[in-house]
Ligand binder design. Structure first.
Ligand code: ATP
Ligand code: MG
Length: 749
């Protein structure tokens, strides 16, 4: 169990302690209409995790009440996902469709109690009669039907005597309830279609609000945990169970915030669009945020569980940085998997003074003493190195092989470049080199200084492999649709070369290709004749830097060299800092990790803290924006100071400027070195919080969008965000989002 108890576990503990329940019983109730995604993983971890922690049970239930979208292949995918994550659903999977007969009987009972009626208004009329947030609804004249009439009609609906939409069954609750969901909610609708499991028996299908609470009740569920958007449905949940008198030991609904991740879409509907549109290669495409996608890409279940644990459980929706998930997989594989040598873009090196061949003993786990295992690396006169590990005219801080600068071949010798061979077009095709016989790794007495060690493979024995380099599927932080797809999310390399032991010995399925990243033998396409490896994740987060490079001038390659290319375990000092940052200053672990490990960054951070005590806000900007600058520069090359960053954060904290504007100001600071307060004043960027200014802008937006106003008033509360967004947009991001939010909500009432 995680050390700190979340609010759901607190509720469960209290309920067990008070004797409300003897045993906790949860359920994970997906609708089998798509493959489960990482958001579902969160729900799986919560429901199965709580059951495990308190020695209870968790049911896996297919919530299959919508016959038009469901399919057994999705049922299988859901079972696979839960199993792969390591959870146990006991003897069998539950299906809401198995309860159709009993649910029908409950509905009949409600009719007999005078608590449900068959309504014959059409869809549009039903919506119209429901009223708005400010106006009560009207009850349909059909609500006066007698119990006998209702029973007769409902039975005929069931038998298939009517067309889709001709009648519905509704609960008789309160057409003027403040909670619009309580205005006589629909319980059953007619669907004359085949159900993937129930066949053609049924012509009426229960609605979520009716089926869910009763399914929970019938299974003896105690805690019905769902996401926040069901908050308003809770009243119906309680009404159905109470009205039917099912209140001795009954389940209660509790809501938590759903997971959202940047650079990702997270809805089965949107994912289905990608699959059907061919933008990805199926639901398990390694770029998909589905559990099957992560599995095929090479993520481990442990890394996903750990991710779900670190993001925590909250009652307010928020966006999680995808870098946090990537951190979890790196962290898991770092010490676990063998490190091997692979060259993605080979450049031939001929070592002129080497004759014969040898085999060099090289450990698979060079940095983790407790883990044993090694292989033989064949070495001979001709080898391949990575093309970009050689430069003829290198920039100042290029640490790899150049005509002047020797380099170490990982686990082997130091070589010096003697001659560069080019083709007719001036492309480098081969390097002639010399090796230093007394420089062998582990017994180096050459005295030659090198600045890095690079990967290589022996030309004669290396195996050719296909490598699939995956990157984020979307290049936008909050992707809206296909236009935000990252065109470079997949790059296939057909002739990468790998040391032979990886293929012949197969010490594992996952590897660190040194200095390249983590890779996984593709579980479907891999064969010994044609090995295929998927890139799981790079060795460090290269994304923020990449985003920057696209914007600025293309620069010569100045990739900082990581000699060994691994995520090193933390030193004692780093760990102490990490602990201070996470525990005392309450930073999240990804940010704390970034700061604690980087000398330039934590100096900068702590200096800023001296000016302003706002550890979390400062940390975020230092770990992201400032870090991006410091990747290419030294502190004294920056045009801004830690104190100025503190000033910038202060303006955000006291709401002088919005977060969005802060980013803009920061860009200015990088370029001009001006003081943030001056920039804000000079450019008139001060946040607008005055309702008198904001109000007319909102009125304008409302006037321009009558359709959305109508939809909002009809109950589509999600559109609030649309209106707020439009207002922010027309003020160039200067309006105070909170004030806008409140005003918009008030005006639309
Ligand atoms: P989607 O909108 O992606 O189709 P859904 O909510 O319709 O998702 P269901 O199959 O109905 O998907 O969900 C099964 C369970 O998983 C529900 O309890 C739901 O609340 C939960 N769940 C779905 N998405 C998320 C998410 N992003 N974060 C946490 N829990 C989620
Ligand atoms: Mg759904």
């Amino acid at each position: 169990m995680s050390e700190s108890k979340d609010f759901l576990r607190t509720i469960v503990e209290e309920d067990l302690k008070s004797g409300k329940y003897n045993e906790v019983h949860t359920r994970f109730p997906p609708e089998p209409n798509g493959f489960p995604h990482i958001g579902h993983a969160k729900s799986i971890c919560i429901n199965f995790g709580i059951a495990e922690d308190y020695h209870g049970h968790c049911n896996l239930r297919m919530d299959d009440t919508d016959p038009t979208k469901e399919d057994t292949k999705y049922v299988e995918a859901l079972k696979d996902a839960v199993e792969w994550l390591g959870f146990d659903w006991g003897n069998h999977v539950y299906y809401t469709s198995d309860y159709f007969p009993r649910l029908y009987d409950y509905a009949v009972e409600l009719i007999k109690m005078g608590k449900a009626y068959v309504d014959s208004l059409n869809e549009e009329e039903i919506r119209e009669y429901r009223g708005t947030v400010t106006e009560p609804g009207r009850r349909s004249k059909y609500a006066d039907r007698t119990i006998e009439e209702n029973l007769d009609l409902f039975e005929r609906m069931k038998k298939g005597e009517f067309k889709d939409g001709e009648h519905v069954l509704r609960a008789k609750i309160d057409m003027s309830a403040a909670n619009m969901k309580m205005r006589d909610p629909l319980l059953y609708r007619i669907r004359n279609v085949h159900h993937y499991r129930a066949g053609d028996t049924w012509h009426v299908y229960p609605m979520y609000d009716f089926a869910h609470c009763l399914s929970d009740y019938m299974e003896g569920i105690t805690h019905s945990i769902c996401t926040l958007e069901f908050e308003n449905n809770r009243d119906i949940y309680d009404w159905v169970l109470n009205t039917l008198g099912l209140n001795s030991t009954r389940p209660y609904q509790h809501e938590f915030a759903r997971l959202g991740i940047n650079y990702t879409v997270m809805s089965k509907r949107k994912l289905l669009e990608l699959v059907e549109g061919g933008q990805v290669d199926g639901w398990d495409d390694p770029r998909m945020p589905t559990i099957a996608g992560y599995k095929r890409r090479g993520y481990t279940p442990e890394s996903i569980l750990n991710f779900c644990d670190t993001i925590g459980i909250a009652k307010a929706n928020s966006m999680v940085d995808v870098a946090q998930l990537e951190f979890c997989i790196r962290d898991d594989l770092n010490t676990k998997v063998p490190r091997v040598l692979c060259v993605l873009d080979p450049l031939k090196v001929r070592i002129e003074n080497y004759e014969g061949s040898e085999e060099i003993d090289a450990p698979y786990y060079p940095h983790d003493v407790p883990k044993e295992g090694s292989r033989k690396l064949p070495f001979s006169k001709e080898i391949y190195i990575e093309r970009d590990d050689f430069m003829e005219n290198p920039p100042k801080d290029y640490y790899r092989l150049t005509p002047e600068q020797p380099v170490r071949l990982r686990h082997a010798y130091i070589i010096t470049c003697k001659e560069v061979i080019k083709d007719a077009n001036g492309n480098i095709v081969e390097i002639k080199a010399e090796y230093h016989p007394d420089s062998k790794s582990g017994s180096d007495s050459s005295g030659i200084k090198v600045k890095s060690a690079i990967q290589w493979v022996d030309a004669k024995t290396a195996k050719s492999i296909e490598v699939r380099l995956y990157d984020r599927l979307f290049s936008s932080e909050a992707p809206e649709g296909l236009e935000d797809l990252n065109p470079n999310s997949l790059q296939v390399i057909n002739n990468a070369l790998i040391e032979p032991a990886v293929i012949t010995e197969k010490p594992d399925e996952r590897f660190q290709f040194e200095r390249q990243g983590y890779f996984y033998a593709d579980p479907i396409d891999y064969s010994d004749e044609h090995p295929v490896f998927n890139k799981i994740v790079g060795l460090k987060d290269s994304w923020s830097k990449k985003a920057k490079v696209i914007k600025s001038e293309p620069k010569p390659q100045t990739k900082k060299v990581q000699v060994d290319g691994e995520i090193a375990p933390m030193s004692e000092a780093e760990e102490a800092r990490f602990n201070k940052y996470t525990i005392e200053l309450k930073l999240n672990s990804e940010v704390a990790n970034t700061l604690a490990r980087d000398e330039k960054l934590f100096h900068f951070y702590e200096e800023a803290l001296l000016t302003l005590n706002s550890p979390i806000s400062i940390a975020n900007i230092v770990a992201n924006e400032v870090a991006r600058e410091l990747k290419e520069k030294q502190i004294d090359e920056l045009k801004f100071t830690a104190t100025q960053i503190a000033q910038l954060v202060k303006m955000v904290d006291d709401e002088t400027i919005s977060n969005k504007i802060a980013k803009q100001v920061f860009e200015e600071m990088i370029e001009s070195g001006e003081n943030p307060t001056q920039i804000v004043e000079a450019k008139g960027l001060i946040q607008i919080s005055d309702p008198a200014i904001i109000s007319p802008i909102i009125d304008e937006v409302i006037a321009k969008n009558p359709d959305n106003v109508a939809k909002f008033k009809a109950g589509n509360s999600k559109l609030l965000g649309f209106f707020v967004g439009q207002v922010l947009k027309s003020t160039g991001g200067k309006a105070n989002p909170q004030v806008v939010n409140e005003l918009v909500a008030k005006k639309l009432k």
